[in-house]
Ligand binder design. Structure first.
Ligand code: SAM
Ligand code: SF4
Length: 343
């Protein structure tokens, strides 16, 4: 079904995007492409096939959707993918979205295209916050996880470049997968201290294209925290906001930097979720794990007016499920993998 069922009239009257469990959407994740030059083991398969460009939302369509979302209470928009930095019109996309009043533009990148010059251009175009993904400091482990020939030290240089360019905050995400990079937890925590940034450890979620996720491949938050605490004691800082995905910790010795723990599997935070996702091919996904998604493309390309699109977004949001249910016996991973949803 492409069109979501109609939400109650009261939901439409609110003028914001709310779901049937009382949550309001403030964060939009916009995937601008499903293409990527990495093949991370927890995300994409080596043989991945990508959308033809004509099936991707154009910069004008992305701006239109972002503007509508902002007019309905969305405050933060994160560009993601796939690898957003591969998009040939990235600067134009950032400029268009940054021109919307009241919206902060963020992006998540694997850092492979984040030269000092590129990062300054992104900043000039209106990007404010930048998150890098970096799962290992060891070149061998980095290669086996990302299945690319990129150099982790180039990503570290890119993080420095982003800080120097004035992007703020700059963060690093690391997905920890058993037998791949659990030995990287302590070196990555050390990197948070030397770079004075937040390094966020993410529990591996069942969103890999190869469907190899098993609970015992996931390194739980408790173990990540224990390993770091043996290296340096931590002090809990709590979440930055009630909707934040990361629990934050500082270093007891007052060193700079911080640790974030995104415990999506063992300590789900679905009850406070404020996020909505739109995929590169224009599917509204109320949850990472949604079984149902709602296709905007026919409406967008068939001359729908803003009122039609607003109605569609309210109806789609209303279908947001209460939680991801990874721990339930009935759980089935969604048909799309992370790169084609937009993390
Ligand atoms: N290509 C960019 C990057 O890697 O930063 C942006 C897109 S990527 C899908 C966004 C985030 O999702 C990354 O930080 C990545 O580590 C995370 N991710 C991908 N697959 C995941 C999984 N199965 N479990 C947890 N996080 C995952
Ligand atoms: Fe590409 Fe990001 Fe997925 Fe890695 S996590 S394959 S960099 S989209």
């Amino acid at each position: 079904v492409a069109h979501p069922p109609a939400a109650p009239r009261a939901a439409h009257a609110l003028g914001v995007l709310t779901d049937s469990h009382g949550r309001t959407i403030r964060d939009l994740r916009l995937s601008i492409t499903d293409r990527c030059n990495f093949r991370c083991v927890y995300c994409m398969d080596p043989g991945a096939e990508f959308l033809p460009p004509s099936e991707r939302l154009t910069p004008v369509e992305l701006e239109r959707l972002a503007r509508l979302a902002a007019s309905m209470g969305v405050e933060r928009i994160r560009l993601t993918g796939g690898e957003p930095a591969l998009h040939p019109r990235l600067i134009e996309i950032i400029e268009r979205i940054a021109s919307i009043q009241g919206v902060q533009v963020a992006m998540t990148t694997n850092g492979s295209r984040a030269s000092a010059r590129a990062v300054s251009e992104w900043k000039r175009a209106g990007l404010t916050r930048l998150t890098f993904s970096l799962d290992s400091l060891s070149p061998e482990r980095f290669t086996s996880m990302s299945r690319s020939n990129a150099d982790p030290h180039a990503v570290i240089d890119a993080v420095r470049g982003a800080i120097d360019a004035g992007l703020s905050p700059v963060k690093i995400n690391a997905v920890i997968v058993r037998c791949f990079n659990e030995e990287e937890i302590v070196p990555l925590a050390g990197l948070a201290r030397t770079l004075a940034v937040e390094v966020r450890f993410i529990e591996f979620m069942p969103l890999d294209a190869g469907r190899r996720w098993r609970r015992d491949l996931m390194v739980p938050a408790s173990e990540i925290l224990e390993r770091i605490s043996r290296f340096v004691p931590l002090v809990p800082f709590g979440r930055r906001t009630e909707h934040d995905t990361a629990e934050r910790y500082g270093f007891a010795d007052a060193a700079p930097g911080s640790i974030g723990i995104i415990a999506s599997v063992t300590r789900p935070f679905c009850g406070a979720c404020s996020r909505l996702r739109i995929t590169a091919d224009g599917k509204v996904r109320p949850c990472l794990f949604s079984e149902r998604e709602w296709g905007l493309m026919p409406l967008l390309r068939d001359g729908a007016d803003d009122a039609d699109l607003r109605r569609f977004l309210v109806d789609a949001t209303w279908t947001k499920q209460p939680g991801h249910g990874i721990s339930s016996d009935e759980f089935a991973p969604p048909p799309r993998a992370m790169y084609s949803i937009g993390g």
